[in-house]
Design a protein. Structure first.
Length: 189
């Protein structure tokens, strides 16, 4: 026996848990949505403009981009001294559920004619309602989920998914949804 023995063979990694996707998490991956040609300036001041662009309707909701443009490059973006701070405040440490929202926090929401609403502030505090432990329970209200995005001190763009029970009958179904739900699956590591 040698002092320097060969290493033991690596152990097989455990099988990662399978996460079943839910329709309120994102646009169906088995559909080609329908362009709505919706491009709408939501707010505009002398220095800032907020617009909804590139809306695509699916059978269960709407995906769109929200664009924020700051005229004064080099100035704090929407009151944030850090140009890379997320305008919706998701990356801000220490913010607690129920705490009063800072005035510089960008807020976005959708309200329906029946009074139901979905907002960026509601989602940030209600992650468990969307991605909670009871994954099979369908939310009663519409869900607004922010996707990818990024920007700098003069421009920010972010994608959103607005889940609705009935959204578009013109969306093209590519193939039936898998039995696990959604058009695909996520694996968490």
């Amino acid at each position: 026996m040698s002092f320097f023995e060969p290493p033991s063979p690596p152990r097989e990694p455990p099988e990662p848990p399978r996460v079943v996707e839910r329709p309120w998490w994102h646009a169906p991956r088995n559909e080609l949505g329908v362009s709505t040609a919706l491009r709408l300036t939501l707010a505009r001041t002398e220095d800032v403009a907020v617009a909804l662009v590139d809306a695509v309707a699916y059978s269960t909701g709407l995906s769109f981009n929200l664009v924020i443009v700051n005229r004064a490059a080099g100035e704090p973006f929407l009151g944030h001294p850090d140009p890379f701070e997320h305008p919706f405040g998701f990356l801000r440490p220490g913010r607690r559920h129920g705490e009063e929202l800072p005035p510089e926090l960008l807020r976005f929401g959708v309200q329906f004619s029946d009074g139901r609403k979905a907002t960026t502030t509601g989602w940030a505090g209600g992650v468990l309602a969307v991605f909670g432990t009871d994954e099979e329970t369908e939310p009663e209200d519409p869900v607004l989920v922010q996707g990818g995005g990024g920007g700098a001190e003069d421009h920010w763009e972010s994608s959103f998914w607005l889940w609705l029970l009935e959204a578009s009958s013109r969306s093209e179904l590519l193939w039936p949804a898998s039995p696990e739900g959604g058009g695909g699956s996520l694996t968490s590591y």
